[in-house]
Design a protein around this ligand. Structure first.
Ligand code: ADE
Length: 222
């Protein structure tokens, strides 16, 4: 998979070199390109925004600069993801869908967002454009939201995860991806004992117990 992100803060994406995703890039499973939006600006001040038509607080990102940046990246194989708190809520099924994509471009808006004609333009050219929110809260920009999405999406690409069994277990779990509580050594820690069933060796009973625990946890966290 190829992933490109366009941002005025390329440094935000440094963590992509770490951990499993860093390894996935070394192995050629994922290729990441980070692009500085300001390098497409046309004036001496590297301006990327202006006041909104119709008035109101805040600034809106200029369509001309976004158009220049995105024209260089968009192909018929691209899914363009525009991060915005007004977008469709990101969840595990959406991550699974995007993990099948060939090329993802993340457009990281700041301020009050990107001039809506950018979305309109690429949609009118029959590109796949998705406005996505990672949750019902407002971030300072789309960078952190992109990192969240990239991590959730790329770990679903075959070969990226160290232990593919973790994925199989997740996808068999019908309870909204909430899992049972886990324990490791020692069997008693600060007077708290690991549930005896887990030490029993009875795999059928352990599976039942875990399913019940997962259900209870899901209910509690609704
Ligand atoms: N930009 C600002 N807030 C956001 C959110 N919740 N999700 C995606 N992009 C955003």
């Amino acid at each position: 998979m190829k992933i490109d992100a366009v941002t005025i803060f390329p440094e935000y994406f440094a963590p992509l070199q770490l951990s499993l995703l860093g390894k996935a890039q070394e192995q050629g499973l994922v290729e990441v390109g980070i692009h500085d939006l300001r390098s497409f600006s046309t004036d001496n001040h590297n301006t990327v925004d202006d006041t909104p038509y119709g008035g109101g607080a805040g600034m809106v990102m200029l369509p001309e600069i976004w158009g220049k940046a995105l024209d260089q990246l968009m192909t018929p194989e691209t899914d363009l993801i525009i991060l915005t708190p007004a977008g469709k809520r990101f969840d595990q099924p959406m991550a699974a869908k995007f993990s099948q994509a060939k090329h993802l471009v993340f457009a990281c808006g700041r301020y009050e967002g990107i001039d809506d004609r950018v979305r309109q333009h690429y949609e009118s050219k029959n590109h796949r454009v998705h406005e996505v929110s990672i949750g019902d809260y407002v971030l300072g920009g789309g960078e952190v939201a992109s990192l969240v999405m990239i991590e959730a999406i790329t770990r679903l690409i075959p070969g990226v995860l160290g232990n593919p069994e973790s994925l199989a277990e997740e996808s068999h779990n019908e309870e909204g991806y909430l899992e049972y509580p886990n324990f490791t050594k020692p069997s008693i820690w600060r007077d708290i004992e690991v549930p005896a069933i887990l030490l029993s060796g009875n795999h059928g009973e352990i599976a039942k117990w875990r399913a019940a625990q997962a259900q209870e946890r899901a209910k509690k966290n609704l």
